[in-house]
Design a protein around this ligand. Structure first.
Ligand SMILES: [Zn+2]
Length: 312
């Protein structure tokens, strides 16, 4: 694995969250909550007072992902009664299943115990950009008018999410890219399309041969189709590799992801492009450190507006 630059920003994105969901779901599905222990109240963004009492006795019916959020659907106590716990990992959040008697690591903010289970779910988040929401009656929502888009659930205190990047279709992507903002800024906006962060945004744009400063509305239909394909393919490969580990991310078992070895541009500044040999560049685009190949990615019909060198 390559050496990590301390300046590199990275938060868990869709593949990392999906990996954690895939590990937690079989372990927790059907488990009944025995108790909830809040070690630090301000990480509870919604339902701070009621979370512990309301969750007790409920059964985990489903563990799923929505954008970069984890959803625990909780059933009971009544037949049609259900609630949800939503967890966002922020920059440095981790969710692990640990034996109850394991000493707590610093920055463990929440623990959930399950009946008859020697392990407990622990949420750690040193930088505290993440959070936990208790949602009494989650409702389904739809944030993209396209028929093919995935409906995103909404809840009080949770910002609405755009259609999921893992299943984004070309017609939906065309619909949401009818705006003049730079394509990278559009792809990073969770309200427009959910799940992409800095890494997979750069990787998908590179694979599609599109420069991140290109105004979204100026992409041709063919480019949009290719971009939708590349977003799905990049995310699927990353999910299969268990995500990317650069600094903080670990999966629910504490293991690292491996997709970083497949990165074509992200984190490869100064190294040759794997396709053409040109030197990968890093610049600031849409407020984020952005990696591009100057040869493989061209900005069509538009001049870079906010591109400048990043001091290291
Ligand atoms: Zn290249």
């Amino acid at each position: 694995m390559w050496c990590l630059r301390a300046t590199m920003e990275h938060m868990p994105e869709l593949p990392e969250v999906q990996t954690i969901v895939s590990q937690l779901a079989p372990a927790l599905r059907g488990a009944r909550i025995e108790s909830v222990h809040i070690e630090r109240e301000d990480v509870i963004r919604e339902g701070r007072r009621s979370l512990a009492t309301q969750c007790r006795g409920r059964k985990v019916e489903q563990v799923s992902r929505e954008g970069k959020r984890l959803w625990f659907r909780l059933n009971g106590p009544g037949r049609n009664d259900y609630a949800a716990l939503v967890i966002h990992l922020g920059m440095s959040g981790r969710l692990t299943l640990d034996a109850r008697d394991t000493p707590l690591l610093p920055h463990t903010h929440l623990r959930i115990r399950f009946e008859g289970n020697a392990h407990e779910l622990r949420f750690r988040d040193p930088r505290r950009f993440g959070g936990v929401w208790y949602v009494p009656q989650p409702t389904d929502g739809k944030t993209c008018a396209s028929k093919n888009s995935t409906a995103a659930r909404t809840a009080p205190g949770l910002a609405p999410l755009g259609p999921d990047a893992l299943t984004i279709r070309a017609d939906c992507l065309r619909e949401i890219t009818r705006r003049r903002r730079q394509i990278k800024a559009v792809l990073l906006d969770q309200r427009i399309i959910s799940g992409l962060g800095n890494i997979y945004c750069d990787e998908a744009l590179y694979r599609a041969g599109i420069h991140p400063v290109t105004p979204a509305s100026q992409l041709t239909d063919m480019q949009v189709r290719r971009l939708a394909d590349c977003i799905r393919a990049t995310l699927r490969s990353a999910v299969a590799a268990g995500g990317s580990t650069l600094r903080d991310y670990r999966d629910a078992s504490g293991a690292e992801g491996w997709f970083q070895v497949n990165h074509r541009v992200y984190g490869r500044e100064g190294q040759p492009c794997r396709d053409c040999g040109a030197i990968i560049q890093r610049s600031l685009i849409a407020g984020r450190s952005t990696h591009t190949c100057p040869n493989c990615q061209t900005a069509t019909k538009a001049k870079p507006t906010r591109k400048r060198a990043v001091r290291s």
